[in-house]
Design a protein around this ligand. Structure first.
Ligand code: 2P0
Length: 351
């Protein structure tokens, strides 16, 4: 039996200018531009194999070995769009285009952490199912030999995932076309531009987030005045300034904007009604610690940023990893008995 297959390995990204809000829910067109660093690590990635064959009787998907339903509208939208583009590209025969697809996606987050902690962390960044949609799109696009930008298709799976198409620092441009064709990800610089850059992920809680990003941002769009100000004024200015800082490798400016944007994103959560609260006391404790060590050092050692969950992501330069880790481990030791400082919440540190 003839089977054509492609396997791809894809990473996660950590936003420094946050995406929050859509102008089109179905096409996943964002309210504002956003910018992230793509993690370059074997510890946090997912491997997806996509195969097409004349013998497959229907489209099927397995996540970590378990078959899942394929009735998710976002996944269906991705597969349909990839097939449409493949048809237009003319690189597959009409017979091959009729073949069904099997998708098999596995992550190594659990294996890497020795527990489910990192897996759950990624749940809080973006659900594994939707991440898998993105990885599937990448593999499908390769399998169907699609030319040109595919981040717009990945966007249909999960908005922020489209930034993971590229390594290094990547922006996702809102675009102006109502059909979303120019709402795409673009690389600003490859990872080699700033090889000293590191990200530490401090897992504050490994439980699933209470309010999904999709519904949280919907609620913010409906109720938050601060979000309007953020989109009209703050994000455009910050995108320009942080891009300059990245190009110049100006860590002080990069770090300040990163922390300000994270703080404003969470302020929008509080300004949402009812509020979307993602950070907890430990998250705030870590942010305070970073400000304290930066003040004592007389320069910026690290920048914190938080997504739609309590876990801290620290951007810092390689030379400062030992001192920042020492401070984090001292104030937030992972073996601290429950309730001693922050009741029931320990912090695991990984890099
Ligand atoms: C980001 N987040 O830029 C922001 C910061 C969370 C906080 O992108 O509805 O899971 O699938 O487009 O991509 C999370 O949003 O939401 C997110 P959908 P997604 O990384």
């Amino acid at each position: 039996m003839e089977v054509k297959s492609v396997t791809c390995v894809a990473p996660v990204n950590i936003a420094v200018i946050k995406y929050w809000g859509k102008t089109n829910e179905k096409l996943i067109i964002p309210l504002n531009d956003s910018l992230s660093g793509t993690l370059h690590t074997d510890h946090m990635c997912a491997k997806t194999t996509v195969a097409i064959s004349s013998r497959f009787t229907k489209d099927r998907i397995w996540l970590n070995g378990k078959e899942e339903s394929l009735d998710n509208p976002r996944l269906v939208a991705c597969i349909t769009e990839v097939k449409d583009r493949a048809r237009n590209s003319g690189k597959l025969t009409e017979e091959e285009l009729q073949w069904n697809v099997h998708i098999c996606s596995e992550n190594n987050f659990r294996l890497a952490a020795g527990s489910s902690v990192i897996g759950r962390l990624v749940y809080s960044l973006s659900s594994f199912f939707l991440l898998s949609v993105f990885f599937s799109v990448y593999a499908l696009a390769t399998l169907y030999k699609i030319d040109g930008d595919i981040s717009a298709i990945a966007r249909r799976g999960s908005g922020s995932a489209c930034r993971s198409i590229y390594g290094g620092f990547v922006q996702w441009i809102t675009g102006t076309n109502p059909n979303g064709t120019d709402s795409i990800a673009e690389q600003i610089v490859p990872a080699s531009h700033w090889p000293e850059m590191r990200v530490l992920i401090l897992v504050v809680s490994d439980s699933r987030k209470k309010i999904s990003s999709t519904s949280g941002m919907q609620r913010s769009c409906e109720t938050s005045e601060l979000l309007k100000h953020r989109v009209a004024k703050c994000v455009p200015e910050r995108m320009t300034e942080i891009t300059k800082a990245i190009l110049k490798k100006d860590f002080e400016t990069f770090a300040k904007i990163t922390m300000q944007d994270s703080n404003q994103f969470h302020a929008v959560g509080l300004d949402t009604f009812p509020p979307c609260v993602y950070m907890n006391d430990v998250s705030h404790g870590i942010a305070n610690l970073i400000h304290t060590i930066n003040r004592i050092a007389g320069r910026t050692l690290a920048a914190y940023t938080y997504d739609a969950g309590p876990n801290a992501c620290l951007y810092l330069l390689e030379k400062d990893v030992p001192s920042v880790l020492a401070a984090v481990n001292y104030f937030f030791p992972t073996d601290r008995p429950k309730g001693e400082y922050y009741r029931g919440l320990n912090v695991d540190v990984t890099s």
